[in-house]
Design a binder for this molecule. Structure first.
Ligand SMILES: NC(=O)c1ccc[n+]([C@@H]2O[C@H](COP(=O)([O-])OP(=O)(O)OC[C@H]3O[C@@H](n4cnc5c(N)ncnc54)[C@H](O)[C@@H]3O)[C@@H](O)[C@H]2O)c1
Length: 265
């Protein structure tokens, strides 16, 4: 990895949230590999130290900021820091998120609020700070991590599914609002991706091994997604190649939501 002269994101300055783990970590790595300068944000200071050393060890540039995306104060501080380290901001990847399982009869009010705040309100808090900065910059875009759960109901996952449906619609609303202001807004909807989040989801099931095997079998392409499958989608959407793409929900799910599928045949 290095800030090469041939990368697809040369000159791009990007904030990535949830960058200490899983999809966000891989997105930060791929952006740096394609020549972007990354400002990695997360709750985990240790995770940020690791991603910074990984990117910089390969010749890239990575700044870090410990940020709680649900807290407007630390979100403002993140953008003030971005003003210090970037001459302009071109891209924000709103990726931090959680999943708390349960139907509406099971999930507590505080867990419901937590899920909605981290998965949805954070995008509002981040995007309203990003907006005036992106209005002034070239190739400006906001990228949100939604989920196939935003259009495909999952049993015992009501709050998560509702939160991701909100992310898809928020993306489309922001795309219309940004269209004449030079700000593109898109989201990616992953299938099941092999990250700590999905490991926790499997652990919460009565038979975790069977849950994992069932998840693999339900993806026609025959495996769980790698974080890089999603990061590659973000590289495209952040790049100039996607200059006429806004309001899109890019599904990256190994065929999971294409239709009925009989893995045994
Ligand atoms: N893994 C999957 O199967 C899958 C599928 C669809 C969508 N997603 C979405 O992808 C995104 C990333 O998930 P992942 O699988 O990489 O999870 P992950 O648990 O590996 O990483 C999530 C990261 O977000 C950070 N984070 C959590 N709350 C935060 C907060 N308040 N402020 C700042 N950072 C915070 C965590 O510290 C962690 O580093 C989430 O939005 C998730 O809903 C994941």
């Amino acid at each position: 990895m290095a800030n090469t002269t041939t990368g697809r994101l040369i000159g791009l300055n990007a904030i990535v949230t949830g960058a200490a783990s899983g999809i966000g970590r891989q997105t930060a790595l791929r952006f740096a590999e394609e020549g972007a300068t990354v400002l990695a944000a997360d709750l985990s200071a240790d995770g940020l130290t690791k991603i910074k050393s990984e990117i910089e060890g390969s010749g890239g540039t990575c700044h870090t900021h410990v940020t709680d995306v649900t807290d407007s104060g630390t979100v403002s501080a993140l953008f003030e820091y971005s003003d210090e380290v970037f001459d302009e901001l071109n891209c924000v990847v709103n990726n931090a998120g959680i999943t708390l399982t349960g139907g509406v009869h099971e999930i507590s009010e505080s867990d419901w609020d937590r899920e909605m705040t981290i998965n949805v309100k954070s995008i509002y808090l981040m995007s309203r700070e990003a907006w005036p900065r992106l209005q002034k910059s070239a190739n400006a875009s906001i990228l949100n991590t939604a989920s196939i759960a935003g259009s495909w109901a999952i049993m015992s996952d009501a709050a998560y599914c509702a939160s991701k449906a909100a992310v898809v619609m928020l993306t489309k609303c922001m795309a219309l609002d940004g269209a004449r202001e030079g700000i593109r807004v898109n989201c990616v909807s992953p299938g099941f991706i092999d990250t700590p989040m999905i490991h926790g989801f499997f652990r919460d099931q009565s038979d975790p091994a069977a849950a994992r095997a069932g998840a693999i079998a339900s993806h026609p392409l025959g495996r769980l997604g790698h974080p890089s499958d999603i990061a590659n989608g973000y590289v495209y959407l952040a790049s100039g190649e996607a200059e006429w793409v806004t309001g899109t929900d890019l599904t990256v799910d190994g065929g999971l939501t294409s239709g009925l599928w009989s893995p045994g045949e």
